[in-house]
Design a protein. Structure first.
Length: 276
C-alpha cells in the first residue's frame, strides 16, 4: 500500500473512531420536557430556578410555556414529562382521565384585576365579582387572554359567578387576544383596558403605561400551582425517574426555599405550599 493510501485509510479510521466516541456523549445529555404556563416563564421564575436545579442535578429542563389548557393537551399526547400548571379543576380532570397518577400542590400567588389609573368603571376595591359587573355594565374596555390558560379559566369562572354570560354579553369592548399573559398585558396597556393577571407576571411587567392594580385581596383570587408527572404507563417514553426527581426537588425544603427566594424589587412572587 503506498504512503498516500495508508494516510487516507488511517484518516478515515480516526474519523470513525472520533464519531463513535462523540455520539454517546451527545446522546447521553439528560433532559426533561416540562409543559408549563406562560406566567411561570414570563414572571422570570424559571430563569431564576432552573439554573439552580440544572447545576445541582446535571439534567437540563426544557420548558414549553403555553396556556394551562395547551400544556395539559401536551401531556395527553405524551409530549411532556412533567406538568407545571395552575387550573386545579382542569388538573383534576387530567388526573381522573389517567394521564397522571398523582397531583401535588407546589406554590401559590394571586390574581389581580388591573386597569387604568382613572378607573372609568369605578371598580377599585376587594370584590372581583362586583368589579366585573361594573365593567360589563359600563362596557369598559376589557382584555381577555382567551387562550384556555389557567388565568383565562379563572376569568371565565368569575364572569359566571358574577351572573354574567360573557359569551352573550361581550361586544367590541371585550377583546379576546388568544395570547400569553405578557402580550395580553401589552394589549391592555395600549388600550387603557381592564385585565385579569397573575400577580407574578404583573410584578415583572415593564410596559405598564397608566395601568395599576385596582382589585386585590378577594379570597376568590387565590391562584394555586400544581405538579404532575405524565403517566408513564400510558406513554412508556416518559422520563419517569428524571421527571419525578425534578418534582421531588421542587417540593423538597430546598426547592421550596428557592421558590420563596425569587423576588422582584423586594417583593416575593410565589409562596411555596407543598405538603411533605
Amino acid at each position: 500500500m503506498n504512503l498516500n493510501r495508508r494516510l487516507l485509510v488511517s484518516g478515515v479510521a480516526l474519523l470513525a473512531a472520533c464519531t463513535v466516541c462523540a455520539a454517546p456523549a451527545l446522546a447521553q445529555e439528560p433532559f426533561i420536557t416540562v409543559a408549563s404556563t406562560t406566567s411561570t416563564e414570563q414572571s422570570g421564575l424559571f430563569g431564576y430556578l432552573l439554573p439552580i436545579y440544572e447545576k445541582k442535578s446535571g439534567v437540563k429542563v426544557h420548558v414549553v410555556a403555553v396556556g394551562t389548557g395547551q400544556a395539559l393537551d401536551m401531556g395527553r399526547r405524551g409530549d411532556a414529562d412533567v406538568e407545571f400548571v395552575h387550573d386545579k379543576v382542569a388538573e383534576q380532570k387530567f388526573l381522573a382521565e389517567g394521564f397522571a397518577t398523582k397531583r401535588q400542590d407546589l406554590m401559590y400567588n394571586d390574581f389581580v384585576l388591573i386597569g387604568p389609573k382613572s378607573d372609568p368603571a369605578q371598580v377599585a376595591g376587594h370584590d372581583i365579582l362586583a368589579a366585573l359587573k361594573k365593567i360589563a355594565a359600563a362596557k369598559a374596555p376589557f382584555v381577555s387572554r382567551g387562550d384556555r390558560s389557567g388565568t383565562n379559566a379563572a376569568e371565565l369562572r368569575y364572569w359566571k359567578d358574577a351572573g354574567i354570560d360573557i359569551a352573550q354579553a361581550k361586544g367590541p369592548w371585550y377583546r379576546d387576544t388568544g395570547s400569553g399573559m405578557g402580550p395580553a398585558l401589552n394589549t391592555a396597556s395600549s388600550m387603557d383596558a381592564y385585565i385579569l393577571a397573575d400577580r407574578g407576571t404583573w410584578l415583572s411587567f415593564k410596559n405598564r403605561g397608566d395601568l395599576v392594580v385596582l382589585v386585590e385581596g378577594d379570597t376568590r383570587l387565590f391562584n394555586q400551582y400544581g405538579l404532575m408527572l405524565v403517566n408513564p404507563a400510558k406513554f412508556p417514553h416518559v422520563k419517569k425517574e428524571l421527571g419525578q426527581a425534578f418534582i421531588d426537588w421542587l417540593v423538597s425544603p430546598e426547592g421550596q426555599q428557592v421558590i420563596a427566594g425569587y423576588k422582584i424589587n423586594g417583593q416575593q412572587l410565589f409562596f411555596p405550599n407543598a405538603k411533605p
